[in-house]
Design a protein around this ligand. Structure first.
Ligand code: NAD
Ligand code: 6OD
Length: 506
């Protein structure tokens, strides 16, 4: 297998063709279709810029068709199924992903350039797990019942009845494409909704491939639909402003979230927003330094730093500061940078040349604002073997000020600034000094400190002596400009269901 080959299996009779380059269409009402405009855009490899696929761009027509197919499906067999039947079908979807693991793996690695090792341990298994967890959960959630007194003494019983919210628009990003898209599609379908997904223009393939898996699992037509395209004046904007969409769930940049909220305001549609981060790690002098270093190498550099939960600000208590920096730089130097199928590769390229230029502009700003470069700072030499690829060096800075751009703005690249602090209050205050509030990592062997500090962080998620350790039953989401609402476990039910109170006078 090589990272840049199209899907290895013939997919006759549809728009996910095994041609080179692949041709990827929309998935509407159970079928792959071309766009009526005939317009296609190029999906290029982050590794070497080679053409992976030609993708049909959705216009208003295809978005209308997808949304109306999703609306009809609400009243069709899907709407009439019992929870147990729906749950059994979602299990088959998960098994379908597992059965075609290699195809999903190749497609995801080709679109993103990420190492096979990462995608095969995280992205693809989570794609399947996201269906299983919600298929199980939906059958086991207790809901509220209130027995109330009435003046005549007979009483009344209140209970919650939950139904689907309707047609859900899912707008997803490119960094963990299958994982983050199914993280929303799983609960949406488990709750009986239908969906129209708009994957990132950078990563169309696994979302498209999932259409075949849905059909094979017996998901009725119109329940899962995909429109391909861009955001503004394209599929994303048409979908989020469509009046027949009942709710919008979005993962992506905060600024995009603001635009989508304006569309959602028309018709008072519900929203769920998982947005950007500028996450701190607080490393106390009583931490296990080797574990803290290994954890920070992971949180700063995995997926080439393109994880919303990634650590870009590292605060280290002064007695540990010099040792920590030396060890962090030493481990970061050992990252093996190369294409997805390269031997021992632990870091790939950034998603695109455009994104690489953005990250490089921060590398330049850091130096211009007086940072000391401990490691990296430029384009990685892999570019010599793979010209046209979005290669970049893992980078560590010291000597930055809290007001510098690299300490304030989300970079979304493989880089972090390491700064010293003196005491706990200072660490908490500086860790919270951000317009974002997605997550924090706290490294300490002192249990009381762990609880004390975790309680004071203005974020949606705190990891103590770990990072990105996920139990899918827990609430996931951010504070401040990192998002609105929580998904995961029972927490997404408020978003994905309409809660009806039924009061029976006895
Ligand atoms: P992005 O906001 O550029 O794009 C996300 C999606 O929104 C894409 O599908 C894009 O086409 C679409 N879009 C863009 N403009 C739109 C518009 N006007 N209307 C409708 N849709 C539109 O984000 P990205 O670059 O794909 O992803 C990186 C960002 O996502 C980072 O900021 C990262 O922190 C964030 N992110 C957050 C989480 C989380 O869980 N909080 C997870 C992953 C990524
Ligand atoms: O693990 C998850 O459920 C999740 N939403 C992860 C987000 C990662 C951001 O890049």
């Amino acid at each position: 297998m090589t990272y840049n080959r199209p899907l290895g299996q013939s997919l006759d009779g549809n728009m996910l063709k095994n041609t080179n380059p692949m041709e990827i269409g929309h998935f509407i009402n159970g079928k792959y279709v071309k766009g009526t405009s005939g317009e296609v855009f190029e999906n290029r490899s982050p590794v070497d810029g080679s053409l992976i696929s030609l993708v049909h761009e959705a216009r208003q027509d295809e978005v209308d068709q997808a949304v109306m197919a999703a609306r009809r499906a609400l009243k069709g067999p899907w709407g009439k199924m019992s929870m147990a039947e729906r749950s059994a079908i979602l299990y088959k979807v998960a098994e379908g992903i597992e059965a075609r693991f290699d195809e999903f793996l190749r497609a995801e690695c080709a679109d993103t350039g990420k190492p096979w090792n990462m995608a095969s341990h995280i992205d693809i298994p989570r794609g399947a797990a996201n269906f299983k967890i919600f298929a199980d959960l939906i059958k086991n959630v207790p809901d509220e019942v209130f027995d109330m007194p009435t003046p005549d003494g007979a009483g009344a019983l209140n209970y919650a009845a939950r139904g689907p919210k309707g047609v859900i628009a899912v707008i997803s990003p490119w960094n963990l494409p299958l994982l983050l898209m199914t993280w929303k599609v799983g609960p949406a379908l488990a709750c009986g909704n239908t969906v129209v997904v708009k994957p990132s223009e950078e990563t169309p393939t696994t979302t498209a491939l999932l259409g075949e898996v849905m059909n094979a699992a017996g998901v009725p037509e119109g329940v899962y639909n995909v429109v391909q395209g861009f955001g503004p004046e394209s599929a994303g904007a048409y979908l989020t402003s469509h009046p027949e969409v009942d709710a919008i769930t979005f993962t992506g940049e905060t600024r995009t979230g603001e635009i989508i909220m304006q569309s959602a305001a028309i018709g008072l549609r519900n929203i769920s927003m998982e947005c950007g981060g500028k996450n701190p790690a607080l490393i106390f002098a009583d931490a296990d330094v080797d574990k803290a270093v290994a954890g920070t190498v992971r949180s700063a550099f995995v997926n080439c730093g393109q994880v919303c939960l990634g650590t870009e600000r590292v605060y280290v208590q002064r007695p540990l500061y010099e040792e920590f920096i030396a060890k962090l730089a030493d481990q970061a130097r050992q990252l093996v940078i190369g294409p997805p199928d390269g031997k021992g590769v632990s870091m790939g390229p950034l998603i695109s040349l455009e994104h690489r230029n953005k990250v490089l502009s921060y590398y330049e700003k850091a130096v211009a604002q007086g940072a000391d470069v401990v490691l990296g700072g430029g384009i990685h030499s892999a570019v010599e073997k793979f010209p046209g690829g979005a290669w970049i060096e893992p980078t560590i800075w010291t000597g930055v000020k809290d007001t510098d751009a690299v300490m304030k703005e989300e970079i979304f690249g493989p880089c972090c600034s390491v700064v010293p602090f003196d005491d706990e209050d200072e660490a908490v205050q500086r860790g919270n000094d951000s317009e974002y509030g997605l997550c924090a990592a706290v490294w300490t062997e002192n249990l009381s400190r762990a609880h004390r500090v975790a309680a004071q962080m203005d974020v949606g998620l705190v990891w103590v002596n770990s990072w990105f350790l996920r139990d899918l039953r827990t609430a996931f989401g951010g504070a401040k400009q990192s998002g609105i609402g929580r998904e995961g476990g029972v927490h997404g039910l408020e978003f994905y269901t309409e809660h009806k109170n039924i009061c029976i006078k006895l």
